[in-house]
Design a protein around this ligand. Structure first.
Ligand code: ZN
Length: 275
């Protein structure tokens, strides 16, 4: 968390609210290190106008007037919030951008697995090149997905979380997409057929689009909220994630950890095809 729909929701709202604004001052908490260094970060960002905000995989990229980008990666517990007036009761604030209209953007991170960095145009290109195809890009095909899956010897659940294979998918949406596509999470990547990949890409697109419409997922920890503090609603529409009974056939849902990530699947709707 946050995955593609949450990051997309944040990027869209930041773009709408920050585009054309100038960053007047920057504060970085003394216990935090922005990259490449806090000093360089502050110098590179102060006084710059924001051209746009967009998402690449699970990164938020804020484009500045000189072509540099501010990158925020939220990892597990990162949060970006906009404040019209005073900064409210937000803990673990690491970076504050003060804008020319009095609005403030705070980046907070409880467990500090996230990242705040300034990137040159070249570094931004290199970042984008590291990621696999974007699932919502119309140019992404199931043939591409199958080809990339074949390069990794693992199961399909692990493969979907691999950002080099496909961008932006995390545990929740991988779990729900596999359920919709009726694919067992333990299926080997080498056994995913073109027909499977076609169904899987459709399912991935379907869950991601639905979640974006609903503003993403907010779990019980309330860690994810949009920049105005609003919770997402996809958690009320999970397909199989966190469920005990299969909503399609009523079977007991299996819960198992794959690479430490809780995975839900229905053994009768998603049988493992033994070959
Ligand atoms: Zn079922």
């Amino acid at each position: 968390m946050p995955e593609l729909p949450e990051t997309q929701t944040i990027a869209a709202l930041l773009n709408k609210n920050l585009k054309g604004r100038k960053i007047v001052t920057v504060q970085v908490s003394k216990d935090y290190r922005a990259l490449p260094s806090t000093e360089i970060f502050i110098k590179a960002v102060t006084g710059k106008e924001i051209k746009s905000v967009r998402r690449v995989a699970k990164n938020i990229l804020i484009e500045l007037e000189n072509g540099n980008h501010i990158l925020f990666h939220l990892a597990m517990t990162g949060r970006l919030l906009l404040w019209n007036d005073k900064i409210g009761n937000e803990r673990w604030v690491k970076v504050i951008l003060h804008l020319d209209n009095g609005v403030k953007l705070t980046f907070s991170d409880m467990r500090v697995f996230g990242k705040a960095a300034v990137l040159s145009p070249k570094q931004t290109q290199e970042l984008e090149a590291r990621y696999g195809p974007e699932p919502l890009d119309k140019k992404t095909t199931h043939q591409q997905l199958v080809d990339r899956l074949k390069t990794k010897r693992t199961n399909i659940k692990n493969a979907l979380l691999d950002q080099e294979i496909i961008s932006g998918i995390g545990n929740i949406y991988a779990t729900d997409a596999l359920f919709l596509a009726k694919i067992n999470p333990f299926t080997k990547t080498s056994e995913i057929t073109l027909e499977n990949a076609n169904r899987l890409l459709d399912s991935i697109r379907s869950v991601l689009k639905e979640s974006i419409k609903l503003g993403g997922s907010t779990l019980n920890d309330k860690m994810y909220v949009d920049p105005f503090g609003k919770e997402g609603k996809y958690q009320e529409h999970f397909k199989i994630y966190s469920k005990e009974k299969c909503p399609v056939c009523g079977s007991k849902v299996s819960f198992i950890k794959i690479s430490g990530r809780g995975t839900y699947f229905c053994p009768s709707c998603q049988p493992l095809n033994k070959q």
